[in-house]
Ligand binder design. Structure first.
Ligand code: NAD
Ligand code: UDP
Length: 319
């Protein structure tokens, strides 16, 4: 049994990770300032004596004696991270420095949730870890992208300079229950719109692609990466290589929900990447990990979650 800190543990991925780690018998410390995360995500964990919620902003130093640290603290949705780009950079960089300093002080293994965004608008398709990316350092997304890239540099600098046990996972688009209904990501937007009978908002032509990983698969990947031998530091891609256009995704969600919502086309946000698909050979060979949940099955689970949240099936929720 280990003592594990999950920074950003009240967010979408963090709450699933906390739940899984508790299920494995660990003591979990969830540090979160509820910037984009919500208490609702972890309310079922609060009565567990092995779960400790610490309301904390990672841009300030944190003192807690743990064996492992997962650093997930950072808004992940473009509408959230672009609203205050300076703060996004501070959360990424100052937050990572504080987590790395804590790891150094208490000799804890530390894992960083990096992102497929480090590849920018990729010219190489699909994206393997060897590709260095195509990033405009002054674009609208750069506060997040360059933040994540700098955090990767920080992790490898602490590794080389102080011998910290680091792990860097590059997470591709992930979806599932506990996504925030208003956070603007495509799967939550489309499902909520379909369930409410609102128009489905396709940005641009809908021909841009993404590859969506179900949250349970992703969390398993993070835990395997943390448990991997010390020589496996990453960066390592974690995602589902099954690629789909945004138009196809909209059709899929319409059919699974049985909705008669109309498709409408809105302007493509600036700097929106055209394509995204991970090469996961490293995760397969080094972590013996690959996603298992098919898109249709994961979407069905996510639809059930949002139906409950929207009170369509009677349960109260966030909205
Ligand atoms: P999320 O926004 O749901 O969760 C982020 C959590 O971090 C929230 O609970 C938020 O309150 C917390 N947080 C933000 N700023 C903080 C601060 N200053 N101090 C303490 N806590 C703070 O996002 P998510 O989808 O769960 O993403 C988690 C991590 O995974 C992020 O680092 C994100 O960049 C990364 N990631 C996610 C995806 C994805 O598809 N979900 C893809 C790539 C990378
Ligand atoms: N998108 C869309 N309609 C929406 C929300 C998003 O067409 O209501 C598009 C968005 O432009 C992008 C893709 O879906 O091309 C994925 O967007 P998301 O914000 O989920 O993830 P990211 O762009 O960060 O990969």
């Amino acid at each position: 049994m280990s003592r594990i800190l999950v920074a950003g543990g009240a967010g979408f991925l963090g709450a699933h990770l906390c739940e899984k780690l508790l299920g494995e018998g660990h003591d979990v410390y969830c540090a979160d300032n509820l910037h984009t995360g919500v208490k609702h995500n972890i309310k079922h964990l609060l009565s567990n004596s092995c779960f400790n919620f610490i309301q904390h902003d990672v841009t300030n130093a944190l003192y807690v004696d743990v064996d492992e640290i997962y650093n997930l603290a950072c808004p992940a949705s473009p509408i959230h991270y672009q609203v205050d780009p300076v703060q996004t950079l501070k959360i990424n960089i100052n937050g990572a420095i504080n987590m790395l300093d804590l790891s150094k002080r208490v000799n804890a293994k530390i894992l960083q949730a990096s992102s497929s965004e480090v590849y920018g608008d990729p010219e190489v398709h699909p994206q393997s870890e060897q590709y260095w990316g195509k990033v405009d350092p002054v674009c609208m997304r750069s506060c997040y992208i360059e933040g994540k890239r700098c955090v990767e540099t920080l992790f490898f600098s602490y590794f080389r300079q102080y011998g910290l046990q680091i792990k860097v996972g590059r997470i591709f688009n992930t979806y599932g229950p506990r996504m925030h209904p208003n956070d603007g990501r495509v799967i939550s937007n489309f499902i909520v719109q379909a369930l409410k009978g609102d128009d489905i908002t396709i940005y641009g032509t809908g021909q841009q692609t993404r590859s969506f990983c179900y949250v349970d698969d992703l969390v398993e990947g993070l835990i395997r990466l943390m448990g991997a031998p010390a020589n496996i530091t990453g960066p390592i891609n974690l995602g589902n290589p099954s690629e789909i256009t945004i138009s196809q995704l909209a059709q899929r969600i319409l059919s699974l929900t049985g909705s008669s919502s109309k498709l409408i086309y809105l302007p493509l946000p600036r700097d929106d990447p055209r394509q995204r698909k991970p090469v996961i050979d490293q995760a397969k060979s080094l972590l013996n990990w690959e996603p298992r949940v098919k898109l249709n099955d994961g979407l069905k689970q996510t639809i059930i979650y949002f139906e409950k949240l929207l009170c369509i099936r009677g349960s109260s929720g966030l909205l």
